[in-house]
Design a binder for this molecule. Structure first.
Ligand code: PHE
Length: 350
């Protein structure tokens, strides 16, 4: 029997499994000592080396596939059991509580947290624009988080009051490891390891020693980085225009103001139309109709050099912003803390 046939048979049989007993029987039928797949694997010894490699590889892949499906199905059965036990317990308890106000309410299904949801949306929007989504490290070195990005040794961001440093037990005097304060820390790391052109988005957690109504010690950022031949400020502007419309609404406009970040030149602050008053002016945007949302700019030649890229030949742009702030702007949420308190009455609104 060929492998495709076995796979199809297995998929059909699995869809008909109704109990744990059925599942155990199916496991014997396919993976048991005389099982269908086991027979194929045993038959390999009669084949030539070339065939052994070809069929053996595919057969092992199928074996892994089948084993994984068994694991998943088993888990489903176990979860069902717990659910049933939970329901029964609840009913037992409720039956001895006469006052319905104190009874355990029926279970309700939760949903994805607004921050995670927005992170997924960011990934989707940029994937549509052919960006690759890249994971970064939350524990970084001082070099990638600061030095490689042109942040001087005496810059206030490096201060212990702003950054969480991690004690390196082997070198207790060295302040080298830290919780990244910005996703920009991935820029040089990525450039060093990957060929051009680079077109990536880096979403993730970032950390700063801040804790008040508008700051949390852990928050999320996302970073965009594009490097290649002939990349211009115009590319940055059109990219952000398209992305912000998709993320915040079709009528969103953006504007650039010059600003300073040590790793971009020129550096820009990017404002978007206030999502609350739609640009007509309100107290959230201090009657300007605009909200300051992103940092951006053309990648500084020194940063390209640190990433091993010829800054005469190539150019790039970068942008970054806080995810919480975008979620707050989008849904007119007045306080950052609401996003972390996990109060059901708040979360149910999304
Ligand atoms: N990393 C900067 C911040 O956290 C934002 C930024 C990213 C600025 C990329 C310019 C380019 O404030």
């Amino acid at each position: 029997m060929d492998l495709e046939e076995i796979k199809q048979q297995f998929i059909d049989a699995l869809s008909k499994v109704g109990s744990e007993k059925d599942l155990a029987e199916l496991e014997v039928e396919f993976l048991g000592r005389k099982g269908k797949l086991t027979t194929v694997l045993k038959g390999l010894s009669d084949l030539t080396i070339v065939e052994k490699k070809r069929i053996g590889g595919a057969a092992n892949e199928l074996k892994e596939f089948i084993a994984e499906e068994f694991r998943i199905k088993n888990l489903e059965f176990r979860m069902k059991k717990w659910e049933l036990i939970g329901e029964q317990e609840k009913q037992d308890i409720n039956s001895i509580i006469p006052d319905s106000r104190f009874q355990i309410p029926p279970s309700t299904l939760g949903h994805i947290h607004p921050i995670s949801n927005f992170l997924f949306k960011i990934n989707r929007v940029f994937e549509e624009m052919e960006y690759e989504v890249v994971d970064g490290y939350e524990i970084e070195t001082d070099y990638y988080n600061f030095t490689a990005l042109g942040t001087h040794l005496d810059h206030p961001a490096r201060d212990e009051q702003d950054t969480f440093y991690i004690k390196d037990l082997e070198h207790p005097d060295k302040k080298d490891l830290l919780l990244r304060t910005q996703t920009s820390a991935m820029q040089v790391r990525y450039m060093k390891k990957h060929p051009l052109p680079i077109k990536i988005i880096i979403p993730g957690k970032t950390y700063r020693r801040d804790n008040d109504a508008t700051h949390s010690p852990m928050f999320h950022q996302f970073e965009g980085l594009v490097v290649g031949e002939g990349i211009t400020l115009g590319d940055l502007k059109s990219t952000l225009m398209i992305a912000m419309k998709k993320l915040l609404g079709e009528n969103t406009k953006i504007r650039f103001r010059s600003s300073y970040f040590p790793f971009v030149e020129p550096g820009l602050e990017v404002d978007v139309t206030c999502a609350i008053c739609k640009g007509s002016g309100c107290n959230v945007c201090k009657n300007t109709g605009w909200l300051e949302l992103l940092g951006a700019g053309m990648v500084h030649p020194d940063v390209l050099k640190a990433g091993g890229i010829d800054s005469e030949k190539y150019s790039g742009f970068a942008f970054g912003t806080g995810v919480e702030r975008m979620v707050m702007v989008k849904h007119a949420i007045p306080s950052l803390k609401l996003l972390y308190e996990n109060d059901i009455r708040f979360l149910e609104q999304f």
